[in-house]
Design a protein around this ligand. Structure first.
Ligand SMILES: O=P(O)(O)OC[C@H]1O[C@H](OP(=O)(O)OP(=O)(O)O)[C@H](O)[C@@H]1O
Ligand SMILES: Nc1nc2[nH]cnc2c(=O)[nH]1
Ligand SMILES: [Mg+2]
Length: 166
């Protein structure tokens, strides 16, 4: 099953903005670390969670970083989420003390699958849309449901015509 989603607005994120927002996420997470210990590992939801997870892991000095690969979109068309690769079970267990990081939550379908696999993990995203917000423990910026977020790894600088064209 696939849906064509209506996205009226675009929210364009530069590398600089992503870096600032992922750092802000790390600082927020610092106050939410497990009481008895620091986070034991970060699990990035690939691919979009990898850059934010690296920045968070660096800020919080977490050296154990693994990935869970979930594919649910082909450009802006959503399909059924599938786990293509799981993290090391010896490292992550049931998710206790583990920090899951993704770039954003939209419908929440990706996080439903990930949370079912690691039910005790803490889930953090940089951006959140209202439909999936309840599946995230910590996020930085909320954007409206009809907004498509464009990340720097999907964009390139390109020429634009002057306002007063020839
Ligand atoms: O809340 P949802 O509606 O499930 O959408 C959110 C997910 O969609 C995007 O990943 P995508 O499946 O496009 O793969 P990618 O990270 O490899 O780009 C994004 O990085 C999130 O992981
Ligand atoms: N890049 C990007 N991927 C998504 N996957 C689900 N929603 C979004 C979005 O707004 N932007
Ligand atoms: Mg993703």
């Amino acid at each position: 099953m696939t849906d064509r989603l209506p996205h009226e607005k675009g929210f364009h994120v530069s590398w600089d903005q992503l870096h600032r927002d992922a750092r802000a996420l790390a600082w927020r997470l610092q106050d939410e670390a497990p009481a008895e210990a620091d986070w034991k590992a970060v699990v990035a939801i690939t691919r979009g969670g990898m850059a934010p997870a690296m920045i968070v892991a660096r800020e919080l000095d977490i050296r154990a970083v693994d990935t869970i690969s979930v594919k649910s979109y082909d450009h802006q068309t959503q399909g059924k989420p599938q786990i293509l690769k799981s993290p090391d079970p010896d490292l992550v267990g049931d998710g206790e003390g583990v920090l899951i990081v993704d770039d954003l939550v939209d419908t929440g379908k990706t996080l439903e699958v990930v949370r079912a696999a690691l039910p005790r993990a803490h889930v953090a995203t940089v951006y959140a849309k209202p439909q999936g917000r309840e599946l995230v423990h910590t996020f930085v910026t909320e954007v409206s449901q009809d907004t498509w977020i464009f990340f720097p790894w999907d964009m390139a600088l390109q020429y634009v015509e002057p306002y007063r064209g020839a």
